[in-house]
Design a protein around this ligand. Structure first.
Ligand code: HEC
Length: 133
């Protein structure tokens, strides 16, 4: 009985955490949509940015895939070899749930790869792609 109660409670807590994470992610996407003045984002455009090669940023990092690999479900690596957990939300449900973290890394990584900050539309498209993965 006791074990069953613990398991049920654990499952309920995990479920609640998942619901909360989704709500937090939805709020970030909604905020980007209002900044961009659009009602929805385009996952294909997000995929194209993720896989694209750019020349405006640092030579060592011409693409998001330089660190995140071209498979969103796989672990990536920083330039110094530190593991980066998968970007795909299906593999990593904590992804894109903390607005400050999302903004900090978009700012840093878009500057490294594109040589400029990403627009709200580019960020939303990128999140739409990672949410679909
Ligand atoms: C130089 C290596 C590197 C490159 C290139 C890179 N990233 Fe990242 N990215 C990281 C690291 C390191 C983190 C933080 C660690 C983590 O979240 O696991 C991160 C995290 C992020 C996050 C925050 C994820 C979250 O959970 O909130 C976003 C968004 C992101 N990257 C987008 C991009 C985009 C878009 C590009 C291409 C324009 C890109 N990254 C290119 C290394 C990189």
């Amino acid at each position: 009985m006791k074990t069953k109660l613990i398991i049920t409670t654990g499952a309920a807590l995990l479920f609640a955490a998942g619901v909360l994470a989704n709500a937090q992610r939805d709020a970030i996407v909604a905020s980007l949509a209002s900044q961009a003045g659009v009602s929805s984002f385009n996952a294909d455009a997000g995929r194209a940015m993720f896989l694209g090669n750019f020349t405006g940023g640092k030579e060592a990092t011409p693409s998001c895939t330089s660190c995140h690999t071209n498979n969103p479900q796989a672990q990536g690596r920083t330039r110094v070899g530190k593991v980066i957990e998968p970007m795909a939300v299906s593999r990593n449900p904590e992804r894109f749930t903390d607005p400050e973290k999302v903004e900090k890394w978009f700012r840093r990584n878009c500057t490294s790869v594109l040589g400029r900050e990403c627009t709200a539309e580019e960020k939303g498209n990128f999140l739409a792609f990672m949410i679909s993965q």
